[in-house]
Design a binder for this molecule. Structure first.
Ligand code: LLP
Length: 419
């Protein structure tokens, strides 16, 4: 399978983000930087919205995938809500114009401070992950004279078939309430002050490339919804979580389309008279972003030729953290000489390797190297390791671009220290 991205690729000698050559951006803001396509984000969101148009569905974009204000504003303007997992993300979503009435608060363990803040903003729903958390929410809501709308995140014990570090729906994972204990948890919730039970929530993992695990999990959740209603609980929303994968490289299966996912969800939940909530992250922004870097040196090693680029594992962690394969392309792609490179960053760890034995046209210092599929879990997972400044983010809107996050200067980075 060839990877064809909608918004990025070569036109002649130059590599473009929509109608802007990335070289032009590199000349103005220096590499490395993340670059996002507004059109790409919009079309990925629209694919979900139209696939679910026939059903009452709220798309709560998972802010953790890319939490840039500019990105959130694009989605807010389209009508998206947000799935947040911290007070910081909640503040970001509100600031970007996502109404509290469209925000769900997920996450394994919300602190008292976070719960208080979310209640004061009157968010749509807490996705509760344990009984102690339920009691905490009840106590704080009662104290504030508020009512918290809650769903329990149910752990359906389904293997999502994805990387073990991002698989969340098995009983051995720390997430959610085991489905066997669900009825007990709802019975407990129904007795507590300050709590209004409104639904069920699930999220079985991320970068899921097959609909089969969803199908099994959906069945389990639909059955539970029926049982809980029989027990007298008002189940009016079903939150299906996120997790749909994207096509990172040519060696994987092809990710299911939003339409196929919607067909499955609506087959299971279409008739049960519930509002659906979705929490997609990666599949909204992943393919809408790239990381643009430059070659610092081409180094002949003992066994291989290293292409050392100015982006590193601290800027983009996925390859070293999850052994993720991303398609990597060079702007200079036309020379006749082809070379197999190990593409690495300058950080002092062997883990700082993006790919081994990757064929490109021969490169030289200063050439642009582009890591594709970097719009999700890229910038948000970056760190300042090796006192490398966090890299800027740029948004392309058709034929224009603007910096949406600046590169911090050294004084402000080091100035955070108190000697
Ligand atoms: N909802 C919940 C409760 C989640 O925990 C997540 C992701 C999502 C929604 C969004 O899932 P998505 O649609 O993006 O797959 N850093 C890892 C991914 C971690 C995902 C964590 N949870 C990576 O780079 O692959």
């Amino acid at each position: 399978m060839e990877i064809t991205l909608q918004n990025f690729g070569h036109k002649g000698e130059l590599y473009y983000a929509d109608n802007v050559p990335v070289r032009r951006i590199a000349e103005s803001c220096d590499t490395p930087f993340y670059c996002y396509s507004q059109l790409g984000i919009e079309s990925a969101y629209d694919a979900y919205a139209s696939a679910f148009a026939q059903h009452d569905t709220l798309i709560c974009y998972a802010v953790k995938a890319n939490s840039s204000q500019a990105v959130l504003r694009i989605l807010a303007a389209r009508g998206a809500g947000a799935d947040v997992v911290s007070e910081g993300e909640l503040r970001r979503a509100l600031l970007a114009g996502m109404p509290a009435s469209k925000i769900v608060f997920s996450g394994v363990a919300k602190t008292a401070g976070e719960i208080k803040f979310a209640l004061s903003k009157d968010i749509l729903q807490f996705n509760v992950e344990s009984e102690p958390e339920l009691h905490q929410i009840s106590a704080i809501a009662t104290q504030l004279g508020k009512t918290a709308r809650i769903a329990f995140r149910i752990n359906p014990d389904i293997d999502a078939g994805t990387h073990e570090k991002i698989s969340t729906g098995k009983l051995e994972n720390k997430f959610g309430i085991p489905w066997q204990s669900a009825r007990q948890a709802y019975a407990e919730a129904a007795k507590l002050p300050g709590i209004k039970v409104c639904g069920i929530d699930m999220h079985i993992g991320s970068q899921i490339m097959s609909l089969a695990p969803y199908s099994r999990a959906f069945e389990r959740i639909a059955e539970l919804a029926q049982q809980l209603r029989d027990d007298g609980h008002p189940i009016t929303t079903i939150d299906l979580g996120g997790g749909l994968g994207i096509n990172y490289d040519a060696h994987n299966d092809v990710a299911p389309a939003a339409t196929e996912y919607a067909a499955l969800a609506l087959k299971t939940f279409g008739d049960i008279n519930c509002r659906l909530i979705l929490e997609p992250g990666r599949s909204i922004v992943g393919d809408a972003g790239i990381l643009v870097s430059s070659v610092i040196y081409v180094k002949q090693g003992g066994n291989s030729t290293f292409l050392i680029i100015d982006a590193a594992m601290n800027d983009f962690l996925r390859p070293s953290m999850y052994n993720a394969h991303h398609n990597i392309v060079a702007e200079r792609n036309s020379g006749s000489e082809q070379v197999h490179y190990d593409i690495v960053g300058p950080v002092c760890e062997t883990a700082d390797t993006f790919v081994r034995n990757w064929q490109l046209a021969a490169q030289q210092a200063g050439d642009l190297i582009i890591i594709e599929g970097a719009g999700a879990y890229g910038s948000v997972m970056a760190s300042g390791y090796n006192t490398r400044p966090l890299i800027p983010e740029v948004l392309v809107e058709d034929n224009t671009f603007r910096i949406i996050r600046k590169r911090p200067d050294y004084d402000s980075i080091i100035g955070m220290d108190i000697p």
